[in-house]
Design a protein. Structure first.
Length: 558
């Protein structure tokens, strides 16, 4: 057996996957857990498709069953869980079938078994966190992130994820975000200055402004906000550089490349070379559009300073914790003067709203209240399902119970297994009153779903942003709740800029009260709907030219 394993390892190292699979399948009848593990890993290394995923998952599972209480059995289990998640992600966000429910149940049941026998294992915990994230069980995910933290097993990416996912809950005060973001800052890698190109401190004929994002593709929400600035800037006065960290480029990417002065994809370039590349471009200001939100974030670049002035804007609505991030762009509705001490950056304010949407290239039509035709009220939320925490579910269920015959439409921009969410809703209200819609492949189809909604319900404490802009563009009012920091006050700022302060609730009780009263006042609701439709395009939410002037005036002050 030892000789066979040496041979197989050699074939794997040489990437002779087909030969390795042939030997195991044809020459070895009694396959140990170790061989099953090697076979499954090799299958997925050679090719990833539905068939190979199913085969590999079965072999990892068989290997775990053979040796549940050995290290190789544990290795099989970790690979089983990770391959299930990889398969789930591979299937794509448009496949919302219940196919994976039994897989996820097995993952969690096996995890509980192994946790009892093996105790704490950081890689096993990390694998389980992936399952909790996909099944929308944020409480469990955060519990195990904290366990990794207590055992000093957090990598930079895991620590970033832990901090970011806490934005979906109300457990942390803003002082906690500052505390742990400062800790995150200490984890980042500082490169030797003698290996870095000198920072530029001279004067450019045109001001050079850089933007970094990994989300300029696939109709990502950031596209519609960044376009507001990049389509309208003064090319005689400014030179704009766009740095892309997304590996996949599409038509959206190409469109953005055409409207800036310089662009480059840095996804395959290491940190050292990227820093030197950007520093050589002699930027006046570098703006990060991701923070710790994107899987393609390159926050470590900012730790090593890309320009003499660095700004966080748009993508992450909280503090980064980086002392090298000089400024955070907000507006007066988001961070109050006395709260600036809880943000590591210097908070600077745009006069009205912190971002503006570029709008859509579809004809706008006014749609009357669906309630008039349906004879019942339809609530809706198209926010990422991560934002729909247990508190949100309880409040929304309470509203459905108080408004007779009402319905709730839910749709997520990210793929999530919804069995758990359905069960929680079922504890508080009739699940028959809730529709879970599949993600639409056509963006126009997605947008026109808003005409079926009477009242959009915002999530809390993590507010919707893009979804609120979309809803109001379609003339749908959004009910929001007051928050306690940048991230949880986005809804307030949007409604204040629309002059809809009546749609800002003080707390959960007020939120329910406002939703019920509005649902029961068809005349008032219809009047608000028409007001939004008539006024939203000329408001600060969509006035891109005015916003661009405000944005670059702010940069000039810096």
């Amino acid at each position: 057996m030892k000789e066979i394993l040496i041979k197989l390892n050699k074939l794997f190292a040489e990437k002779k996957y087909s030969e390795l699979i042939f030997i195991i399948e044809n020459d070895i009848k009694d396959r140990s857990a170790r061989l099953l593990n090697i076979l499954a890993v090799t299958r997925l290394s050679r090719q990833k498709n539905k068939e190979t995923f199913i085969q590999a998952i079965s072999e990892f599972k068989q290997g775990y069953f053979q040796e549940k209480q050995t290290k190789i059995g544990l290795e099989c289990l970790k690979n089983f869980i990770n391959s299930v998640i990889d398969f789930y992600d591979y299937q794509g966000r448009f496949d919302n079938s219940d196919f994976f429910e039994s897989y996820f149940n097995e993952c969690l049941n096996f995890f509980k078994e192994a946790e009892i026998y093996f105790g704490y294992d950081s890689k096993l915990v990390s694998s389980a966190i992936r399952v909790f994230n996909r099944t929308n069980n944020l409480d469990k995910a955060l519990f195990y992130y904290e366990l990794l933290f207590k055992n000093n097993d957090l990598t930079v990416n895991k620590l970033a994820s832990w901090i970011f996912y806490n934005n979906y809950k109300k457990n942390w005060a803003q002082s906690d975000y500052l505390k742990y973001s400062n800790f995150f800052n200490s984890y980042l890698n500082i490169l030797p200055e003698n290996k870095l190109h000198s920072l530029f401190y001279g004067t450019n004929e045109k001001k050079k402004i850089g933007f970094l994002s990994g989300d300029i593709n696939n109709n990502h929400s950031i596209i519609f906000f960044l376009k507001s600035v990049l389509k309208n800037y003064d090319k005689k006065k400014y030179e704009v550089h766009l740095y892309l960290s997304n590996k996949i480029e599409d038509q959206d990417t190409q469109n953005f490349k055409k409207i800036v002065d310089f662009s480059i994809n840095i996804s395959e370039i290491n940190d050292l070379d990227t820093i030197n590349l950007i520093r050589k471009n002699n930027l006046d200001i570098m703006i990060d559009l991701m923070g710790i939100t994107s899987v393609y974030n390159r926050i470590n670049l900012f730790k090593n300073r890309l320009a003499r002035t660095q700004i966080s804007w748009l993508g992450y609505c909280n503090t980064t914790g980086l002392k090298e991030m000089d400024y955070l762009i907000a507006d007066p509705n988001l961070i109050y003067p006395e709260e600036k001490i809880f943000y590591s950056e210097k908070v600077i304010y745009l006069p009205e709203i912190w971002n503006t949407h570029s709008g859509f290239e579809f004809e706008r039509n006014y749609y009357p209240l669906p309630q008039i035709i349906n004879k019942y009220v339809t609530f809706g939320s198209f926010n990422n399902f991560n934002k729909i925490n247990d508190d949100v579910i309880k409040v929304w269920s309470n509203i459905l119970n108080k408004v007779e015959g009402s319905k709730l439409i839910l749709k997520s921009s990210t793929k999530k297994e919804i069995t758990r969410m359905k069960k929680i809703f079922g504890k508080y209200t009739s699940i028959d009153s809730i529709s879970f819609l599949k993600t639409k492949k056509s963006f126009k189809e997605h947008l026109y779903l808003y005409k079926n909604i009477d009242i959009a319900l915002d999530t809390f404490p993590y507010n919707g942003v893009t979804t609120s802009f979309e809803a109001t563009w379609m003339g749908v009012p959004v009910l929001v709740m007051k928050g306690f920091n940048f991230n949880s006050r986005c809804g307030e700022s949007i409604n204040k800029n629309l002059g809809l302060v009546d749609l800002i609730s003080n707390d959960e009780i007020d939120y329910i009260h406002k939703a019920v009263n509005l649902a029961n006042d068809k005349y008032k609701l219809s009047k608000i709907r028409k007001k939004i439709f008539d006024n939203v395009i000329t408001s600060s939410l969509f006035d891109t030219k005015k916003f661009t002037n405000n944005f670059f005036n702010l940069l000039e002050k810096i």
